[in-house]
Design a protein around this ligand. Structure first.
Ligand code: ADP
Ligand code: UDP
Length: 236
């Protein structure tokens, strides 16, 4: 697969064109940001871990009937994916209170919900990814009603599959962010990444944080946390 011109450089990944207009190559960086880019840093080895972990999760999800953009891993940091038109929604599923949920509603972290929640943010860095509901998404023409329904169904399915999978690794899936996109025929597929950057993952026994919150909150042990997740996923 030929790696052609760079189409985009984001905060965590670069996207390159290929000889096939339906495919792009994503290249995962070690750069880390938080608070809408206000906090910047590097997490050594993160790009490799996020690439391998995302591809692993996408393959598990495909097996469980969730269509994803995954095509083929090229190297430690590079993967061929289907080029999609990203639906500009950050889809957040939560099983346990944490982060902005705890802050917004004035509750402690760690409350186990009876049922998972879903929320949408409008993916727009200039506006700071504001929280929106289905009606706002429709009004802003970010997606059709059918697409929003499909995204919700897929997001809850992803949660069920991932919750079970992480449980088997002695990890609690607290919450996570998904992005969906549309391929040329209009099919909605899961895109972007699934990694410790985009999930909150707690050790089941110690409740130790094994995700980007260690970076956001200057807790130290950031690389160790990413390595520990990688170690459990690779079954070592
Ligand atoms: P950000 O844009 O938020 O800084 P990244 O650094 O992760 O994020 O950049 C990757 C970009 O590529 C994101 O904007 C993401 O929505 C987009 N993207 C993810 N998967 C695909 C795909 N399959 N096709 C096209 N764009 C994608
Ligand atoms: N998340 C993400 N990208 C974002 C915002 C959130 O990947 O731009 C993930 C985050 O890692 C967490 C979940 O979505 O797993 C919920 O995040 P929250 O709304 O609590 O926001 P945060 O505390 O990250 O500001």
């Amino acid at each position: 697969m030929e790696k052609n011109e760079q189409l985009y450089e984001g905060k965590a990944k670069k996207v390159f064109a290929t000889s096939d207009p339906a495919l792009v190559i994503v290249d995962y960086k070690d750069d880390a940001t938080a608070f809408n880019g206000l906090k910047k840093g590097q997490i050594a080895g993160k790009g490799v871990i996020n690439n391998i972990m995302s591809n692993h999760m996408f393959q598990i999800l495909e097996q469980q009937g969730v269509p994803t953009h995954f095509v083929e891993q090229l190297s430690e940091r590079e993967t061929v994916v289907k080029k999609v038109d990203i639906v500009p929604l950050e889809v957040i599923i939560r099983n346990i209170s944490a982060g902005s949920f705890a802050k917004r509603y004035g509750v402690e972290e760690g409350i186990v919900f009876d049922a998972p929640t879903i929320e949408f943010s409008y993916k727009n860095d200039d506006l700071g990814d504001p929280l929106i509901n289905d009606y706002h998404a429709l009004a802003l023409k970010l997606a059709t009603a059918e697409e929003i329904e499909r995204i919700k169904t897929l997001a809850f399915k992803v949660n069920e599959v991932m919750k079970q999978y992480f449980d088997s690794l002695n990890v609690i899936l607290v919450d996570f962010k998904l992005e969906f996109g549309k391929i040329a025929d209009g099919t909605i597929v899961l895109a972007d990444e699934i990694s410790p950057d985009t999930c909150r993952l707690w050790d089941k026994n110690t409740k130790e944080k094994l995700d980007k919150d260690r970076f956001r909150r200057d807790m130290g042990g950031v690389e160790d946390a990413y390595n520990e997740i990688m170690r459990r996923i690779s079954g070592k």
